[in-house]
Design a protein around this ligand. Structure first.
Ligand code: ATP
Length: 250
């Protein structure tokens, strides 16, 4: 379980870009993270994948206060987190195959096991004929799919994905989301930041909604909550007179 308690975050001496963030991610849960550009989604993900420390508040991972972790414990925890970065961060000197194989090699997996898994996953993301290509020769969407394959291959405890479908067509976006859902079914706690409302509605998962550094937790997912919001808006625009006349008529 991951728990944020009144977390704030700032870059250097700047103003806080995240304020009073509190939420809990149960083990094996799936959440979307939404919000307008600049709302703080990437910043929140940086806290989740332990690349940045909060300026105040507490973050607990599996009951441990992150600020109390030792130098050895932090890298060990990081290795259990799969990250899809918005800018991919692939190794240009390695082939697509070797980029994806990296987490398994770090784990010490056997060569045949690595070959089988990497080929299966690259085929799933439609890159079976690009396994030997190096990232500079690939399109943005191809690089994104390699970044996703690398993030999921070692079945991390936590998967954090920053706009993972921003560079692919809608059919591939659904296929990639399916990959996240399947991984989540195997127990990986998953947080996917996305601007794609259609995608967010597809599986009706709960939503963390950021706006100017503040967080709203939408437990029923975007679809239901937006429907509720629209119903509330309609009720408000109807006004009290209309509503009471409605009652009289019924
Ligand atoms: N390295 C940094 N140094 C200083 N300020 C930063 C840094 N990175 C982000 N910010 C600021 O933090 C705020 C939140 O940015 P962040 O990238 O987290 O938003 P976002 O919701 O991910 O946006 P987008 O959807 O455009 O990627 C913005 O005001 C941004 O200018």
């Amino acid at each position: 379980m991951i728990r944020f308690e009144n977390v704030g975050m700032r870059y250097g001496l700047g103003a806080e870009v995240l304020r009073d963030i509190s939420f809990t991610l149960e083990d094996g849960s799936f959440h979307f993270l939404v919000g307008p550009s600049g709302a703080g989604k990437t910043s929140l993900l940086k806290l989740l994948y332990l690349a940045h420390r909060p300026s105040r508040g507490l973050i607990h991972f599996s009951g441990r206060d992150l600020s109390l972790l030792t130098r050895d414990e932090l890298p060990r925890l990081r290795r259990r987190i799969g990250v899809v970065f918005q800018d991919f961060r692939l190794f240009d000197h390695l082939s697509a195959f070797d980029n994806v194989a990296l987490p398994l090699r770090i784990q010490g997996a056997r060569r045949e096991q690595i070959a089988e898994h990497v080929e299966e996953l690259l085929t799933w993301v439609g890159l079976e004929d690009r396994m030997n290509a190096r990232p500079p020769t690939l399109s943005g969407g191809e690089k994104q799919r390699i970044a996703i394959a690398r993030a999921v291959i070692a079945k991390p405890d936590l998967l954090v994905a920053d706009e993972p479908t921003g560079n692919v067509d809608p059919t591939m976006a659904r296929r990639l989301l399916h990959l996240f859902v399947e991984l989540n079914k195997l127990g990986t706690t998953t947080v996917v930041a996305s601007h794609d409302e259609q995608l967010v509605r597809t599986i009706g998962a709960p939503v963390l909604q950021l706006d100017r550094g503040g967080l709203t937790y939408l437990p029923k997912g975007l679809a239901r909550t937006m429907a509720d919001a629209s119903a509330t808006r309609n009720a408000q625009t109807e006004g009290p007179q209309n509503r009471s006349s409605g009652h009289q008529g019924s």
